[in-house]
Design a binder for this molecule. Structure first.
Ligand code: LLP
Length: 424
């Protein structure tokens, strides 16, 4: 049986492996719910972007919102990646793994003054500014700190990324970026501000994009803008094309990263912009297919209209199905030779939206371990403590080796920062 997603997660006989480690063995050793990641898969994904860009000045900034666990960041930092961050918390994580601040871009529509100060202090390469109001505040904060903030404007090219509306960001109605029509005026304003230095231009049109068309359309719009800005005597050095490349959860066929990069470079060159430094901010496509979530089957609950398979992972561990009705593959870690039954796979949380998969044909017994596939991106990083559930543990695998990279959160840790009222 071949599985959608990573070649590093595959059956050998009836047993599911990630690289050379049996997932059932990892579940027995570390407990469930458990996220398991393949370092080889992550590095291969980053390598595909990097190889396609070798011929020119470039930087692949891993968008760490997809998975910000320190060991994951460490792997990408060691591979030469920079980081795309969106908060002071993400900045602290990048610095904690020794990331080069000069390879960090700071995105996001709502940076606070405190976060701006921290990022200036750290010496980040670039702020991706999303509004004129933010630009004015950033200039002020930089002056107060005795520094200059290097910036890109994130422009909203008004193209349809043809993805889920919640993860589409490049349309006029979205809160993100400076409207294409306003961008020239905002650049001219930025050039006048004493605390600001122009560095580049940036766009990011959405996530889980599975076609090249929207990228090429956005690129054309951004190149038009660069031409207009530079015709006013301003200089933009780099071109940041954001992230957004989709992965295979089921039958999606996104372009390979190197094919996408090659097509974009070809257009960039054809339009006379080949000298520019090129940045990408991939998140999901670097980690999504590299991870699985392991969960134990607690109870099988047959019913008149539905059969339920109750597992020990829940929407607090894996929010994507509840939030986007996302389809994620669910397979047994050891195949059983028995006829499959159709189940809704659900968690213990007290919400009807707490499901991981619906109408899945599975041959199961309680005590079995299931793997949710392609769970490396936007799963652990979106996990919560709802129902006072500690967050799952995480393991990184490379070949035959496995390392616990995050301990399971204990009950005591959940209320460590809470205070009782004085006794009445
Ligand atoms: N750059 C910016 C400015 C972003 O906002 C994002 C993602 C990325 C890069 C990385 O995009 P990626 O390569 O991962 O598509 N929670 C949702 C996805 C939200 C994406 C938010 N922005 C999900 O689970 O599908």
């Amino acid at each position: 049986m071949t599985l959608p997603g990573s070649p590093h997660v595959a059956y050998r006989g009836d047993t599911l492996f990630i690289e050379n480690c049996s997932l059932a063995d990892l579940a027995a050793r570390y407990g469930t719910p458990l996220f398991v990641y393949s370092r080889t898969a992550m590095l291969a994904a980053a390598g595909a972007y990097q190889r396609a860009l070798t011929e020119r000045d470039h930087l692949v900034c891993y968008a760490m919102k997809a998975n910000s666990s320190l060991a994951v960041l460490q792997a990408f930092a060691e591979a030469g990646c920079g980081f795309d961050i969106v908060s002071g918390g993400e900045l602290a994580r990048a610095l904690a793994v020794g990331a080069d601040p000069n390879k960090i871009v700071f995105s996001g529509v709502g940076k606070t003054r405190t976060e701006m100060r921290q990022a200036l202090q750290a010496g980040v390469m670039c702020f991706n500014v999303e509004s004129e109001a933010e630009l004015d505040v950033l200039s002020q904060v930089a002056l107060e700190a005795g520094r200059t903030a290097r910036i890109s404007l994130r422009v909203n090219p008004d193209v349809d990324a043809m993805t889920h509306p919640y993860i589409s960001t490049g349309l006029k109605g979205n809160k993100f970026g400076v409207a294409h029509d306003d961008a020239l005026a905002v650049y001219r304003h930025a050039a006048q501000l004493p605390g600001i230095e122009l560095l580049g231009i940036d766009c990011h049109i959405g996530s889980q994009i599975t076609a090249m068309g929207p990228y090429l359309d956005a690129l054309d719009r951004v190149l038009d803008l660069i031409d207009a800005v530079e015709s006013h005597g301003l200089r933009l050095h780099h071109l940041d094309l954001g992230g957004g490349l989709g992965i295979t959860y089921t039958d999606e066929t996104p372009p390979a990263a190197d094919a996408l990069v090659a097509a974009l470079l070809e257009r960039i060159d054809a339009r006379g912009h080949g000298h520019r430094k090129i940045l990408f901010e991939p998140g999901r496509s670097l980690v999504g297919n590299a991870g699985v979530l392991l969960s134990e089957v607690l109870y099988l609950k047959p019913g008149d209209s539905k059969n339920f398979c109750v597992v020990d992972a829940a929407m607090n561990d894996l929010l994507r199905p509840a939030m986007y009705e996302a389809w994620m593959g669910i397979v047994p870690c050891v195949l059983r030779d028995a006829p499959p039954v159709t189940y809704d796979v659900v968690g213990p949380v007290c919400e009807s939206s707490d499901w991981l998969g619906r109408d899945r044909a599975l041959a199961l017994q309680s005590g079995d371990t299931l793997a949710v596939l392609s769970a490396g991106a936007y799963c652990m990083s979106m996990a919560s403590n709802y129902n006072s559930r500690g967050r799952a543990a995480e393991v990184m695998v490379s070949g035959y080796q496995s390392w616990l990279i995050r301990e399971r959160e204990s009950a005591a840790e959940l209320f460590r920062h809470e205070h009782l009222l004085p006794k009445a």
